[in-house]
Ligand binder design. Sequence first.
Ligand code: CP
Ligand code: NVA
Length: 321
Amino acid sequence: MATVYQTIPQLSQPHLLTLADYSAQEILDLLDLAIKMKKPENKHRPLLQGKILGMIFEKSSTRTRISFEAGMLQLGGHAMYLNTQDTQLGRGETYGDTARILSGYLDGVMIRTFKQEAVVELATNSTVPVINGLTDDYHPCQVLADFMTILEVFGTLKGKKFAYIGDANNMSNSLMIGAAKVGMDLSIATPAGYAPNQWVIDAAEGFAKESGATLTITTDPKEAVNDAHIIYTDVWASMGQEEEAAERLAHFEGFQVNEALTALADPNYIFMHCLPAHREEEVTTAVLEGPHSVVFQEAENRLHAQKALLVALMADPSIEI
Ligand code: CP
Ligand code: NVA
């Protein structure tokens, strides 16, 4: 007999393009489902029996590709890996036309690409759910796994102090939006010239006003980390910025997460990183492998958080779970 744990969360938006699209309650409902999906007895619930997810990758991936594919298989469905080279996307077929074609074959599409506009064009023309698996602007699926991990460790998100150190990129954008939505106080420290864009600051400040969260933007990593419960970093050169890597290495000096910096955090702080990490660049091995690091728990949670998302977006809402 099936374990009854809750009804499938009904999301107000059919696609996940950015966390800005979902309310704080919708995000919390997804995380609640994710934590339940992680229980071993729920690993193989066939909630997406016979459903097919297409996965378009225009950038590399280990975690996203494998966790989505494994998640679909565990849910009784199927996942199809699609790349630019082997589809007509590489020869100029538009995202809009591609979406109209894929909608006739598939039950959902996940895309990892460069421009957020590509994901928007895909979703606008799709009659099946579209999930953003990372763009230059956002990485919302990673943030679902990150927040799930914080909930597992601390039992709450609201009121926790979150310090992000390093490059203002797709990760920090999604974390800023997500934290502001759910009421976490976020401080971001970047070198001068690498600060978050004004559009994301404005969006996050708008959500923070509603939740009561605070947002601090600084060029001083020590200020950001002071008393933090969560320290997060990401690579200094993201996918697509390979040519800037050497220049960035010089500009980010002083922004490494190391034991001298983490000493300023709350004694029970956790260290997080979306991975892949460049050891001894943005983080030392001592911190990454140290007792406060939860990076591998966080990476595993990609699977569970995405299974919850896939179920919420693609399962028949009348299914009793
Ligand atoms: N964190 C993350 O998205 O990893 P991949 O690039 O391996 O998918
Ligand atoms: N900011 C990184 C995240 C990788 C998961 C990138 O875009 O390459």
